[in-house]
Ligand binder design. Structure first.
Ligand SMILES: [Zn+2]
Length: 264
């Protein structure tokens, strides 16, 4: 990955937002941490969200205890939609429920994709998702003789947050860990401890293909901010017209508008 451009619109806006919270970029995402840098570029929109929410205090959580403490500090609001109990930060939940009420009044639905996992996730949830890609890919590349049995075993035994940078290095050589083994694992799932779902600021909606549903969600502060992840919405609690001033730029993919960190 190219070095971070600290004069880019996103880094300037991020620096300002963090300063107001008494912290700085180096504290939440150390510059020498390759994974943290990827997180900031791929999922960074949550760090410039409205004051009504609490962004994570760091780019990569490395254990369950850190996640539990953060989620407690942020507050957890629960709601039952269909037969799933979902949890989000309180401001995110009330905006989602308002959006859903608007949608239903128009005969539309906003519903969680894959049950409870559509919203809050624990550290263990992100580890389980990581292993669902990491372990089958290790087996595949061992069978394909791109990795030796010893290399695979060594990777398997590493602490999970050390597996991620090693996987990113292997991907530079074309040894990919996404579900279909054709692209980076980070296009497939978030690295352990890094998801916007851990921040309780993300919701995966079944109805993401419906343009009117996307409009309603955006009107209530929910935007698509992760380029490769179509059903995934992020609560920013802002109006769309405020987003460029927060260092996000809009990118159209398949007729959908994504607001992603402008790091160029
Ligand atoms: Zn998601």
């Amino acid at each position: 990955m190219a070095a971070a451009n600290h004069s880019s619109p996103f880094y300037v806006a991020l620096g300002r937002a963090l300063e107001q919270r008494g912290t700085c970029i180096e504290d939440i995402c150390p510059a020498d941490d390759q994974v943290a840098g990827r997180v900031l570029h791929d999922y960074g929109a949550m760090f410039i969200s409205a004051d009504a929410v609490l962004p994570p205090p760091l780019c990569v959580f490395t254990n369950e205890d850190q996640v539990t403490r953060f989620q407690k500090a942020a507050g957890r609001a629960a709601a039952t939609i269909g037969n799933a109990v979902i949890e989000l930060q309180p401001a995110a939940m009330s905006a989602l429920l308002r959006a859903r009420a608007t949608a239903r009044a128009e005969g539309l639905e906003i519903s969680p994709r894959d049950g409870a996992e559509a919203a809050r996730r624990s550290y263990a949830d992100t580890v389980r998702l990581w292993n669902s890609r990491f372990l089958p890919a290790l087996d595949h590349w061992t069978r394909a003789q791109r990795l030796s049995a010893q290399q695979a075993e060594r990777l398997r035994r590493l602490p999970i947050h050390q597996q991620v940078p090693e996987v990113l290095d292997l991907e530079q050589e074309g040894i990919f860990f996404s579900k279909d083994l054709s692209k980076s694992v980070l296009y497939s799932i978030a690295a352990p401890g890094t998801s916007q779902h851990i921040a309780m600021l993300a919701f995966d909606a079944n109805e993401f293909l419906d343009q009117r549903v996307r409009e309603i969600l955006a009107h209530h502060g929910w935007f698509q901010t992760v380029l490769s992840d179509l059903p995934h919405f992020t609560f920013l609690g802002l109006e769309e017209k405020e987003l460029p001033g927060r260092g996000l730029s809009s990118v159209a993919v398949a007729g959908q508008t994504f607001w992603i960190p402008d790091v160029n």
